[in-house]
Design a protein around this ligand. Structure first.
Ligand code: JFB
Length: 263
């Protein structure tokens, strides 16, 4: 997979040389190119922003600079298999594991990291009508950042770890939070069995695989009820066993008209 990241702070993307993403790059699984947007400016001051039409605070990034940069990183062959233009913005659709999975199946991603008050809206509009690319404006969550670079880091890491050959054991991908189960992960423990008076739950030392599995499932349900009731409400009750439903009932969740609701 090829990923181009465009930013006025390319140094912000330096962590992508490290760890799993760095390994994917050296292994040739990921061709990641980070570019300085100012390379596409044409004036002496390398200007990327200007004042907003209609007035208001702050500055807006100019569409002409972005257009020149995006045109250059898009290949001539993109009509066959459109590239994906990903634009982090606080007003975008939430980035989810499902998004990351879909993007991991693509050939070419372009991430346009804005700063200031964001990128002139005509850039997304223009490339939205361009056959070579599909545009997605996405958000990391409901809090305000200063620019798109952190979102680009998050996106690249979330996608790169799904590429075949990047994460050692593909089984570890299916069991994790936001995987197929629709639950948060169960708590994990390692040695020593007793640490500062805190003991590893006996069941995990019992060697009884069936009981371990059931305990983990109960803990996952418990955590999800406490931390992410929205995920409980989204569960399909038909995908739950009788013990799941009993645990949920104890935690105040019952099935009404085929859906889970808090009592
Ligand atoms: C992303 C950004 C800004 C307008 C602009 C570019 N979850 C998120 N919060 N904030 C961002 C984000 C994501 N993804 C984000 C790109 C840009 C913020 N800004 C600053 C702040 C408020 N309104 C510029």
């Amino acid at each position: 997979m090829r990923i181009d990241v465009l930013s006025i702070f390319p140094a912000y993307l330096a962590p992508l040389d490290l760890s799993l993403v760095g390994k994917a790059r050296t292994a040739g699984i990921l061709d990641l190119r980070v570019h300085d947007l100012r390379d596409w400016t044409t004036d002496r001051h390398r200007t990327v922003d200007d004042t907003p039409f209609g007035g208001g605070a702050g500055m807006v990034m100019r569409p002409d600079v972005w257009g020149a940069a995006i045109d250059d990183v898009l290949g001539a062959d993109e009509r066959e298999r459109p590239a994906r233009l990903l634009v982090p913005t606080p007003s975008g659709e939430p980035l989810t594991q499902r998004t990351a999975e879909a993007l991991a199946a693509e050939q070419h991603l372009v991430v346009a990291c804005g700063r200031y008050e964001g990128i002139d809206a005509r850039v997304a509009e223009h490339y939205g009508a361009d056959e070579r690319v599909r545009v997605s404006e996405f958000s990391l969550g409901d809090y305000v950042l200063n620019g798109g670079e952190v979102a680009a880091l998050v996106l690249v890491e979330a996608v790169a770890r799904l590429l075949p050959g990047v994460v050692g054991n593909p089984h570890s991908l299916v069991e994790e939070s936001h995987g197929e189960a629709g639950l948060l992960e169960y708590p994990v423990y390692t040695k020593p069995p007793s640490w500062r008076g805190h003991d590893v739950p006996d069941v995990l030392l019992s060697g009884h695989h069936g009981r371990v599995e059931r305990w983990r499932r109960d803990e996952a349900l418990r955590r999800t009820v406490l931390r992410r009731p929205d995920m409980i409400a989204a569960l399909d009750p038909d995908a739950l066993d009788r013990t799941d439903l009993a645990v949920l009932e104890e935690l105040g969740w019952v099935v009404v008209d085929g859906a889970l609701v808090a009592r």
